[in-house]
Design a protein around this ligand. Structure first.
Ligand code: A8S
Length: 185
């Protein structure tokens, strides 16, 4: 796990270091809870669809793509009501189907997260003969004026935890669906 983080979740903070959150601790606390009992393919097939985040992200109501689905493309995401945000414009920075890495950068929108970038990696593992997927997500973001590092980290961490929990639940139901379809009843 530490090796995955070393390899895939690296950042190069610029400017005043205090204004950046690189939450290694958050990633580590995640590692324990987010071992998903699923075919890792199902997880990755949801994550890699940069054009359809609403399939698993509970706060996204709609997503519109600008340009073809390729590295560098942009999506405009609409956020459900109840959050301090309405839209977000996001760029696909990296999509690696072999290593299972998705990296995005927020480049605009109506919300408080300035210079937000994130990396999500999904690692298939066999534990007790069963396939699992370990999902690790890390992020870097400016601390908004009037907020503390801790508050900012807590806010983002809560959103990401919701996303990953939902990813787990939806992947699981898709995996079960796939299984029952192959069993001809
Ligand atoms: C993601 C991660 C995050 C998304 C945040 C942190 C966001 O979409 C929501 C509320 C906000 O205030 C910021 O990978 C923003 O989705 C749900 C609009 C960016």
């Amino acid at each position: 796990e530490a090796e995955y983080i070393r390899r895939f979740h690296r950042y190069d903070p610029k400017g005043n270091q205090n204004y950046w959150v690189v939450s290694q601790k958050f990633v580590l606390s995640f590692l324990k809870i987010e071992r998903l009992t699923l075919l890792s393919l199902t997880v990755w097939s949801l994550v890699r669809r940069f054009d359809q985040p609403q399939r698993y992200k509970p706060f996204v109501s709609r997503c519109m793509m600008q340009g073809d689905f390729a590295v560098g493309c942009l999506r405009e995401v609409n956020i459900k009501s109840g959050l301090p945000a309405t839209t977000s414009t996001e760029r696909l920075e990296q999509l690696d189907d072999n290593e299972r890495i998705l990296s995005i950068k927020i480049v605009g929108g109506d919300h408080k997260l300035q210079n937000y970038s994130s990396v999500l990696t999904a690692h298939p593992e066999i534990i007790d003969g069963r396939p699992w997927t370990l999902v690790i997500e890390s992020f870097i973001v400016d601390v908004p004026e009037g907020n503390t590092r801790d508050d900012t980290c807590f806010f983002v961490e809560s959103l990401i935890k919701c996303n990953i929990k939902s990813l787990a639940a939806i992947s699981e139901s898709l995996a079960v669906q796939d299984l029952t379809e192959t069993i001809d009843i």
